[in-house]
Design a protein around this ligand. Structure first.
Ligand SMILES: Nc1ncnc2c1ncn2[C@@H]1O[C@H](COP(=O)(O)OP(=O)(O)OP(=O)(O)O)[C@@H](O)[C@H]1O
Length: 284
């Protein structure tokens, strides 16, 4: 099973995502400027799974919003498939920490909503939604309402809701952070299975996955990007040369995993310390 139609519509050879010298300055209510992201360069190849880690508040979500087209960079460029991002694009899917479900609609109706909104005829939308509910293991929950599901099941609905749109680019902002540790590991495995089924056939989606959890980042990704203390810029990029397919619970016990973890943590830990000290000095 694979997610997405890799690189569809992109000029040949262009990476899936590229940020070139991207900066974002927000206007605060007092009128002052707040730089959330500064001079950020990042490339995501087609079919690549990139995890982004960094201290709290450094600008990770802002980076995702720039890629999504929800916000424009104040300076620099953001490209998808070699083309400048000028707004929300249909080939980009999102999964956020908060579930984006309609509480008054059944699971099936929630998953059908996106395709229906994009003009897919009802019967076809229903068929696609049922197909995705099956793939995420919720075939028998189609008639339930979101409040009748567990947190993990709701997350599967969110995945189905996004993946039914067949995104070639998947942006995920701490999607599993509200789940307990076991469900989280299970969901990570399921995500890898959905994403990477046909690799290296080249049909997997390009993923940017923001997380606070370094173990999760390493277990999932082809490369881990460490952001600096805010304003965010890329501090270091670490390739993760662990074999696939991976199972989260076993891969994290491998010697190579522990070695990579140590390396990345010493880079990330420094930025976390800087952020903490800034916080402490503000309080003082
Ligand atoms: N719309 C906005 N207006 C003003 N400031 C903003 C806005 N959005 C984000 N910021 C600020 O930009 C900085 C980066 O925020 P962002 O949410 O990108 O960080 P983050 O790394 O995702 O944080 P966390 O890890 O805590 O989720 C923060 O200082 C935040 O307060």
């Amino acid at each position: 099973m694979t997610i997405g139609r890799n690189g569809q519509g992109a000029p040949d050879g262009a990476p899936a995502i590229e940020l070139r010298g991207a900066s974002k300055v927000f206007r605060t209510p007092s009128g002052a400027g707040h730089t959330a992201v500064r001079d950020l360069d990042l490339t995501v190849a087609r079919g690549e799974f990139v995890a982004v880690v960094g201290p709290t508040g450094c600008g990770k979500s802002t980076t995702l919003t720039l890629v999504s087209g929800l916000e424009e960079p104040t300076e620099g460029e953001v490209l998808i498939g070699g083309e400048p991002v000028t707004g929300i694009r249909p080939e980009v899917g999102f999964v956020f920490q908060q579930d984006a479900v309609f509480p008054w609609r059944t699971v099936l109706s929630n998953v059908m909503a996106g395709p229906r909104f994009r003009g897919v005829p009802k019967a076809q939308a229903r068929e696609r939604a049922r197909d995705w509910l099956g793939r995420v293991g919720l075939a028998s929950f189609a008639d339930r309402y979101p409040h009748q599901l567990s947190g993990g099941q709701r997350k599967r609905v969110a995945l189905a809701q996004t993946l039914v749109g067949d995104p070639s680019i998947l942006l995920m902002d701490e999607p599993f952070s509200a789940l307990d540790v076991q469900t989280r590991a299970l969901m990570s495995d399921e995500l890898l299975e959905l994403w990477g089924g046909a690799r290296p056939g080249g049909a997997a989606a390009s993923v940017v996955f923001v997380t606070h959890d370094l173990e999760e980042a390493i277990a999932l990704a082809d490369k881990v990007v460490v952001m600096t203390a805010g304003p965010a810029t890329v501090k270091q990029v670490f390739p993760v040369p662990l074999e696939r397919p991976r199972k989260v619970e076993s891969v994290r016990l491998e010697a190579a995993f522990i070695e990579i973890y140590r390396e990345i943590w010493s880079s990330l830990g420094e930025e976390v310390r800087i952020t903490r000290e800034r916080g402490a000095s503000r309080v003082a």
